[in-house]
Design a protein around this ligand. Sequence first.
Ligand SMILES: Cc1cc2nc3c(=O)[nH]c(=O)nc-3n(C[C@H](O)[C@H](O)[C@H](O)COP(=O)(O)OP(=O)(O)OC[C@H]3O[C@@H](n4cnc5c(N)ncnc54)[C@H](O)[C@@H]3O)c2cc1C
Length: 488
Amino acid sequence: MKKTVIIIGSGFSSLAASCYLAKYGYDVTIFEKNNTIGGRARQLIKNGFTFDIGPTWYWMPDVFERFFADFGKSPSDYYTLEKLNPAYSVYFGKNDYITIEDTLEKITIAFEKEETGSSKKLKTFIEKAKSNYDIAIKDLVYNPGVSPLELVTPATIKKLNQFFSTIKKDVRKEFKNERLVKILEFPVLFLGAKPSDTPSFYSFMNYADFGLGTFHPKKGMYQVILALENLAKELDVTIKTNASVEKINVKDSKSIGLISNGKTYNEDIVVSGADYHHTETLLDKNYRQYSEAYWKKKTFAPSSLLFYVGFDKKLINVNHHTLFFDVDFDIHAEAIYDHPSWPENPLFYASFPSKTDENVAPEGKEAGIFLIPLAPGLEDTPEIRNIYFEKIIARLETLTSQNIKNHIIFKESFCIKDFIKDYNSYKGNAYGMANTLMQTAFLRPKLKSKKVKNLYFTGQLTVPGPGVPPSLISGKLVADLVLKHTKK
Ligand SMILES: Cc1cc2nc3c(=O)[nH]c(=O)nc-3n(C[C@H](O)[C@H](O)[C@H](O)COP(=O)(O)OP(=O)(O)OC[C@H]3O[C@@H](n4cnc5c(N)ncnc54)[C@H](O)[C@@H]3O)c2cc1C
């Protein structure tokens, strides 16, 4: 008889884990609390507009290819991927922006215009970033974070100094122009920490950005969730929605059943892709590995205030991905990491997927997604959300020289309270736990419980960290660990 696995959650990591475990011969059932799958990557459809609620940047296409190749498939079997050109633009003031195009060659030209001599420096910087990418993505991040020795390879020993310097220092050593500095510091924000707290080695994100480029799955990122769902179903995974897990029963250090909607389900193995802290609260206290004090001390990646807006016209002077860095990032970063509070003048990110994808908005209209990064755990009220909506729409109007306010058909918002309600997220974090030096690899919460023999974890709070590609990898890592421990 096949061993049974129950997976809690249906985010990227859970779906990936389900595919691997089914392929390895387990009988897999997913329990998802919401009425749709996808977790943080769910979709909102309204009045003919389609929005990705969470991730919008498709980076590191090689990780997606590697995932599907493990099942003899390719992303193109499920969705159509396009490389965006431009990849994105970054605003620094009124009608003042830098556009990042789709090849390193074109990007170096843009850099040279800003700072003489910077094109050569950029090429060297990206070569180093590529070498880090090759080591990190092809090798390191596929380790289960069990032992510090996983990080010790002939290649990493040569790069040891890069674990003790920071992205901020490295970028500023080479580039003096503040605008270029901001652009080069932007990719590590995906890892959830300040550039001043992120080891230099993570410059591999710059290679992902400038070397590999930014892609868009036609109809949006949710197509990737649907691809995983299709693959999981092809592999006979059962997916239950509206199935919140309320308790993990444990006897003699072994899970003996999960309770969902008042019913008990028995299983041989539990894998949780729900937020780590929440999953531990489903256990009696003596079976939890990490105390409340432990979680409190950790550097969490930001939460976010998000808006999904339907506009009744096409907007000008914006691209598919547009960053608004016209205010001081250091001050905003302090409000996220040092003194948690609502930022006075926030940086924000806007995505207008209908700029390149006719499927996501009715003809002649624009779909807009806006994101302000925030400290987790802040007060979240409709009034505060509105104040920030007014702020960013006013800035957008001024910076891009157009009337926007009178062209809004509707807006929906999503913030800290929703992250807690919809995903059981600790303090409403959006992207899990940051990848700082002390929260990297074996220093992150473990894939396998130390207290409950047959309980495993996956997702952005464990290894390798936040983001869609790491979540796919996390699903593989946990499935491999389950296989190693339980298959004869
Ligand atoms: C706003 C936003 C923007 C982002 N942008 C990007 C981006 O552009 N590019 C990128 O690569 N990454 C991005 N990310 C990060 C990326 O989306 C996440 O890292 C990834 O989706 C996390 O997947 P996961 O499987 O770890 O967790 P989740 O997606 O959170 O999945 C956990 C699942 O568990 C379920 N669950 C919780 N409790 C229970 C319970 N008791 N019972 C049953 N089910 C339960 C939840 O409902 C959820 O479906 C973004 C994230 C957010 C929030």
